[in-house]
Design a protein around this ligand. Sequence first.
Ligand code: B16
Ligand code: MG
Length: 221
Amino acid sequence: MNGFIFDLDGVIVDTAKYHYQAWKQLANKIGVEFSLEQNEQLKGVSRVDSLKKILHWGQKTISGEEFMALMTEKNDQYLGLIETMNEDEVLPDVSKVLNYLSKKHQKIALGSASKNAVGILNKVNLTPFFDAIIDGNQVTHAKPDPEVFLNAAKQINIQPEQCVVFEDAVAGIQAANAANMVSIGIGDAHVLHEADYVFKDFTEMSLEFIDKLINPKTVCN
Ligand code: B16
Ligand code: MG
């Protein structure tokens, strides 16, 4: 039996567009420009580090109190945007892969930087697939630190070397590699070149490939 650890934002659901809207509104309010390219750099980055980056880009210095208020404001805005999210927003073939792994009795975990992960998984009705959920509320060191994935492996009781990570962020791929896990990038092959394998999305991943991950000794052409 192996462990399969999924990142959430960008792998299971596309919440980047909601994070973008919420951050953009907040940044513009404090007089900072915020582009889609900058939003790309926030993928996989924690809420607190995202705000630090935005303030740095805008060369703004604020008090600790203001910082906390802005964090709350962004999250409230984000929660409003994802309120009506449902299973229609699950990315293509994610459910097919989860069903297959579950049918093959593999252990499945979530390894996300988001503090809203549990709520989102519930909204899209995927919670029952997960044997463990490690999110931003349970880690002290953000990706590229391997903590989130090592923690997930521990919870499902599978050795790190027998775990596979699906990630859309460079920092997440680096975290998986640092944890000695098989890293699978979901997205652009150039951006995610440090991953062991890269797929544009799950529609490109065959069940034969997943079989190979489940049992590396399986010969697969
Ligand atoms: P929250 P992941 C990450 O989730 C997002 O990619 C990133 O853009 C976001 O800032 C971070 O979660 C924190 O999210 O504000 O909901 O705690 O990709 O690690 O699943
Ligand atoms: Mg992600």
